[in-house]
Design a protein around this ligand. Structure first.
Ligand SMILES: Nc1ncnc2c1ncn2[C@@H]1O[C@H](COP(=O)(O)OP(=O)(O)OP(=O)(O)O)[C@@H](O)[C@H]1O
Length: 170
């Protein structure tokens, strides 16, 4: 079986409900290795790019607000982003995550156990899980810089950037 990488997000509802530990414990059953991890305040642009395939859906606006954690506000308006790697990683992690609709998800899965449908009809399903290797590569490159991932998983190139301001520790 192929070694795959995928993006996992603990969405703002998972962060607010203090489910990070439970989710990571459940995901660890698949025996994958974490090769990237960080907390992210999601910009509107990043949210729209991540969910570009749903831009024509009636719930798109609510979905973008949801992944940005707008309904929760400070300090819950963030996601925890992880890159996992392992054999057959995508199918195995998606099984543990459960079906997109939390009402239809296996009750033992993360979404079945912790997800809900809001009164506005948004599936608050606690985690995001890449759906296939192509989509995983697109998402990993969208959320992470090469130096934020400890393994070399995709080709990189060196570029010289001039006149670029950078924030460093004072
Ligand atoms: N019919 C729907 N009604 C409301 N929200 C939905 C609906 N379908 C999807 N969503 C929301 O949009 C997100 C992305 O949907 P997508 O179809 O890409 O499913 P997914 O790949 O299982 O989910 P994710 O991308 O978050 O892992 C879902 O996780 C959910 O939060």
């Amino acid at each position: 079986m192929a070694i795959e990488q995928l993006l996992i997000l603990i969405k703002p509802d998972g962060v607010k409900k203090s489910l990070t530990g439970n989710i990571l414990t459940k995901l660890s059953e698949a025996r994958m290795v974490i090769i990237g991890a960080k907390a992210v305040k999601v910009s509107k642009e990043l949210a729209e790019q991540h969910y570009y395939h749903l831009k024509d859906k009636p719930f798109f606006g609510e979905l973008v607000d949801y992944i940005q954690g707008k309904v929760y506000g400070e300090p819950w308006d963030r996601v925890l982003a992880f890159v996992y790697q392992g054999e057959d990683a995508i199918a195995r992690m998606r099984k543990i995550a459960g079906a997109t609709n939390p009402e239809e998800a296996d009750p033992i899965s993360i979404r079945g156990a912790y997800g809900r449908i809001t009164t506005k009809g948004v599936y608050e399903n606690v985690v995001h899980c890449s759906s296939d290797p192509k989509e995983a590569e697109r998402e990993i490159k969208l959320w992470f810089k090469p130096e934020e991932i400890v393994n070399k998983i995709y080709p990189t190139k060196e570029v010289t950037v001039t006149n670029k301001k950078e924030v460093v520790w004072a």
